[in-house]
Design a protein around this ligand. Structure first.
Ligand code: CUA
Length: 157
């Protein structure tokens, strides 16, 4: 079969484009900071967070050598605990719920993003690398203080 020279050129160019695209996507996935690796959901009684084993004391718990569980409550207008302190180079599962209305939970500048919904527990697993500090922003309109609602995620050595 005879392939015209221009067709060969176009073929080569499209392969280069595809490789560049794969490179971009891969870089995005392994880029610096905190990377989200999984998410799931369960339920909780939003009126009884004070009696819930997970959320009566929002906190970070060590559950394995490099594994942590964080229990986070969003409210008008903030997050508990603040800051959320987790070690570098670890796997952290964040369990996020809301005490009042729907909020967002987004670790600014990373792929880690969840909804904080009353009655539901959003679970996201992230992997941390270098020690640094991240802002947590609410990306769902939740009332007069929405724009000042923020938290902190501190990755420490
Ligand atoms: Cu909480 Cu917007």
């Amino acid at each position: 079969m005879h392939i015209h020279a221009y067709e060969k050129l176009w073929l080569a160019l499209s392969i280069v484009l595809i490789l560049a695209l794969i490179g971009t996507v891969t870089y995005g996935a392994v880029g610096p900071g905190v990377a989200m690796v999984a998410d799931s959901q369960s339920t909780v009684d939003p009126g009884a967070l004070d009696e819930d084993d997970r959320f009566s004391e929002p906190r970070v718990e060590q559950v394995g050598e490099n594994e942590y569980e964080a229990y986070v409550v969003a409210y008008q207008f903030g997050f508990e605990p603040t800051p959320i302190v987790v070690p570098a180079n670890s796997t952290v599962t964040l369990h996020v719920t809301s005490r009042d209305v729907i909020h967002g939970f987004e670790v600014a500048g990373t792929s880690a993003n969840a909804m904080a919904v009353p009655g539901e527990v959003s679970e996201i697993t992230v992997e941390t690398d270098e020690p640094t500090e991240y802002g947590i922003v609410c990306n769902e309109y939740c009332g007069a203080g929405h724009h000042v609602m923020e938290g902190k995620l501190n990755v420490v050595s």
